[in-house]
Design a protein around this ligand. Structure first.
Ligand SMILES: Cc1cc2nc3c(=O)[nH]c(=O)nc-3n(C[C@H](O)[C@H](O)[C@H](O)COP(=O)(O)OP(=O)(O)OC[C@H]3O[C@@H](n4cnc5c(N)ncnc54)[C@H](O)[C@@H]3O)c2cc1C
Length: 292
């Protein structure tokens, strides 16, 4: 089984690191459709793709299936996401060992969002409370693994302050994080301010900005509300004017993301992680724009 390249190694090259995030579909029948999208994206040669990890049951199995098929059938370098939700240490250990045996050497290590129907994260008895616990746990078991950790330019919704959130990020980085991928944001200043704050805390990990093109106004309002990211007035007003024209919404959303990416790379971001919403066309447009 071919070993995967470490993302830290990919980051040490001169060109920007370009990655695309997928989420597993709700049903096994939709996996083939998603793989077709992955195939289209694969042609534009992203450095890696990542696959999110659901809150339990069938979503988790689908997450593993999608990761494996993107790796083995499509030939992509895949980074699975992994969370603490609903698992004991023993179970987490078994899953991470399976990832390792499958050849994965990069994992996005997260605490996780609460399962549907629950409003707050609940610690599983015998499990972990914070992503930093999971990071330390994986590093102890597999020191050669490269671990992505999440960062929040506009603060994690549960954190009392940006200061306490940065303290938590420092603990997570010191536990063995290899690079930071950010939550989505629509104003680049949020990213550049965050980079300064993170550096001032003594964290020197690469910080990859996460960019989600707006493909629907209703959807993006829900997502930004959930993750407490600001939807700039200018963007919202442009989108509102054409909200009944899906093509125009998409055009404006992709153009905004394209401008964000251009400025981020020009001002020194090490690459971009595209939250592609499982849509190939916009992801390809953004990868090509990032390389232009
Ligand atoms: C790039 C990216 C990918 C994601 N992928 C997924 C996914 O696949 N599946 C999924 O379910 N969710 C995913 N999420 C969402 C993520 O799980 C949620 O944002 C979750 O609420 C927090 O996860 P975390 O890893 O940042 O947690 P943590 O780093 O543990 O932080 C959670 C909260 O606890 C606080 N905290 C952390 N450590 C400490 C400490 N030692 N002392 C006090 N307070 C502390 C933090 O300030 C924060 O408020 C993703 C998020 C990002 C940015």
């Amino acid at each position: 089984m071919p070993q995967q390249q470490l993302i830290t190694d990919l980051l040490s090259r001169k060109q920007p690191l370009l990655s695309v995030e997928f989420f597993p579909p709700k049903s096994a029948e939709s996996v083939d459709k998603l793989l077709k999208a992955a195939q289209v994206i694969s042609a534009s040669r992203p450095d890696f793709v990542s696959v999110t990890y659901g809150a339990g049951g069938s979503t988790r199995d689908l997450s593993a299936t999608v990761s494996k098929r993107m790796k083995d059938d499509v030939g992509l370098q895949v980074m699975p996401h992994f969370t603490c939700v609903g698992s004991t240490r023993e179970e987490l250990g078994e899953i991470v060992d399976e990832f390792y045996d499958e050849g994965y050497r990069n994992i996005m290590a997260l605490r996780g969002d609460p399962p549907q129907g629950q409003t707050a994260f609940q610690v599983t008895e015998g499990g972990f409370k914070y992503a930093s616990d999971l990071v330390a746990f994986i590093k102890e078991r597999h020191p050669d693994m490269c671990l992505g950790i999440a960062g929040y330019p506009e603060k994690h919704p549960e954190a009392a302050s940006i200061e306490s959130d940065l303290d938590a990020l420092k603990i997570k980085a010191d536990a063995g994080g290899s690079f930071i991928t950010t939550q989505l944001f629509y104003e680049n200043e949020a990213y550049f301010r965050f980079v300064d704050q993170v550096r001032a805390r003594g964290i020197d990990l690469p910080i990859i900005p996460g960019i989600m093109p707006v493909l629907s106004l209703k959807q993006i309002k829900r997502i930004t509300q959930l993750c407490h990211s600001e939807l700039p007035q200018e963007l919202e007003s442009q989108l509102s004017q054409v909200q009944n024209d899906p093509d125009a919404v998409r055009r404006i959303g992709v153009e905004w993301a394209r401008n964000q990416i251009g400025e981020l790379i020009e001002r020194g971001a090490p690459g971009v992680h595209i939250y592609a919403l499982n849509k190939a066309k916009s992801a390809v447009e953004l990868i090509n724009a990032a390389r232009a």
